[in-house]
Every structure is written in C-alpha cells, then in structure tokens.
Ligand binder design. Structure first.
Ligand code: ADP
Ligand code: ADP
Length: 229
C-alpha cells in the first residue's frame, strides 16, 4: 500500500487584487510508498508548497485525486488530515508558551486522549526533554525547528511532511535536523520533504520528484536521478 497517491492534480489560484490567475499545479501524478523518504525538489515557485498544502488540507485543489494513507481527501478530509503531520517553513512560536504546553494544546486540537499523550517522550525524541518547561522565546532556532517537528508528531501520524526544513539554517543545525528526521524514518514514519537543495535530496531521500512549473519533470530513485543529471 502507498502513503500518498496523487493523480492528475491541478491547482489554479484565482485572479485577485489585480494579480492574474496562476496555474500552480498542472496535472501532477505521484505515488509515495509507505515507509519511504521522499523529496520534492524544485526551484522557488515550482508548486511544492501548494502540493503539500493540498495534502494537508490547507489549500483547496482545483481538480484531480489525492489519497492519503488510503483515504480520498474528497471522501473524508478529516481522516486524511489525521494521517499527516506538517512542519511549516516559518519558525513562528508563541514566545511565552513552553514546549510542554504547546504539545498539550496540539494534542487537544487533534483529540488525543490525555492518557494516550506522550508529551515528554516526544520531546525526548527530538532532544528537548530538558527544555519542556522553558519559554519558547529562550529556545535557539534549531530547538524551535525541532519543537515544530515534535508538534507535528503529537497525534502520531504515519506521514511527516517538512516544508523546506533547512532553508536559511546553518550547516550544523541542518545536520542535526537531518539526524532526527532520519531516525523518525528508521522507526517507520514516511517522510516527505520539499527542498531546493539537491544535496538535501541526495543525502536523505531514497526517492525524488523534480517539480518544475507545476509539473513533475522527473521521478525516480534519487540515485538514478543523479546519474541522469
Ligand atoms: P484559492 O484559489 O484556494 O481560493 P486564494 O486565491 O484565496 O486561493 O489565495 C489565497 C491568498 O494568497 C489570497 O489572499 C491571495 O491574495 C494570496 N496570494 C496571491 N498571490 C500570491 C502569491 N503569488 N504567492 C502567495 N500568495 C499569494
Ligand atoms: P514553491 O513552494 O515551489 O516555491 P508555491 O507552491 O509556493 O511554490 O507556488 C507556486 C506558484 O503559485 C507560484 O507562482 C506562486 O507565486 C503561486 N502561488 C502560491 N500561493 C498562491 C496564492 N495563495 N495565491 C496565488 N498564487 C499563489
């Protein structure tokens, strides 16, 4: 079975405020296997964020089919959304929230019963157990990014999606984050990340789709793709 199946997906952003309509995705088809580590590689404006935002239920598609962990988003978008944890690009965090509070609120939003919450375990998995009760404003950029990974994992989704996880991040932090994400994948989580760094896809991902101008230009094992470049 597959984690994600996308068929002929199209997104047209409507014209607005004098901006013309924009076709961000133009007939995208993709299959991401369960347990895989998958990269969407492409330049800015290619349509990567649009694609993951549709999967995550944040943007409405124009046409096409999206199945997440076996559920068609048109049939049950709530169930589809429950299968995905998304780590946004921005590091926005309420400065006076602690990691423990942030994860508790998130668990509440997803209806995770109190006795099933694993707040400290999840914080430990991203190396933040000792910061559970520190204000977010005291956390470094790397800690914030890891906290956002923890937040996305609160409802224990089988799929973790990271939008440009290392954009504007220094090399040490990048490698640290890579380690955590690799470990999550080794424990069974399907990972999908967007990136415009070939190196990131090469180091981490077993499969890569190259997205350009709203279409899939190539999709193969990362090794085969690199051979053809
Ligand atoms: P939908 O087609 O799903 O209704 P919208 O047209 O509502 O999407 O777009 C969402 C918002 O993003 C709008 O407020 C729009 O003005 C804004 N927006 C417009 N152009 C861009 C752009 N190039 N990049 C990012 N956001 C944009
Ligand atoms: P990427 O993540 O690869 O940088 P995006 O999915 O953000 O690409 O954007 C794809 C195209 O759609 C771009 O041309 C962008 O300007 C446009 N776009 C993105 N969001 C909106 C929006 N809300 N409204 C209008 N246009 C948008």
């Amino acid at each position: 079975a597959n984690a994600i199946e996308i068929e002929n997906l199209t997104k047209v952003y409507k014209a607005r405020n004098g901006q013309p309509a924009k076709t961000a995705l133009d007939g995208v088809s993709l299959t991401i296997p369960r347990g895989g580590f998958f990269a969407l590689l492409g330049p800015n404006g290619a349509g990567k964020s649009t694609l993951i935002n549709i999967m995550a239920g944040l943007v409405m598609k124009t046409s096409g089919t999206v199945r997440v962990w076996g559920t068609d988003i048109d049939r049950d978008d709530r169930q589809a959304r429950a299968a995905i944890g998304i780590v946004p690009q921005e590091l926005n965090l309420d400065p006076f929230f602690t990691p423990r509070e942030l994860l508790e609120v998130q668990a509440g939003l997803y209806g995770v019963p109190r006795r099933e919450r694993r707040t400290l375990e999840i914080l430990d998995a991203v190396g933040l157990a000792d910061k559970a009760d520190a204000y977010a404003r005291t956390l470094s950029g790397g800690m914030r990014r890891r906290l956002l990974v923890a937040k996305a994992m609160v409802h224990q989704p089988p799929i973790l999606v990271l939008d440009e996880p290392t954009a504007g991040v220094d090399i040490e932090l990048r490698q640290q984050l890579w380690r955590y994400v690799k470990e999550l994948n080794a424990r069974g989580t399907t990972i999908l990340l967007t990136t415009h760094y070939l190196e990131e896809a090469e180091t981490l991902c077993d499969q890569t789709a190259i997205i350009n101008n709203g279409t899939v230009a190539a999709c193969d094992s990362t090794r085969n793709l690199l051979r053809r470049l």
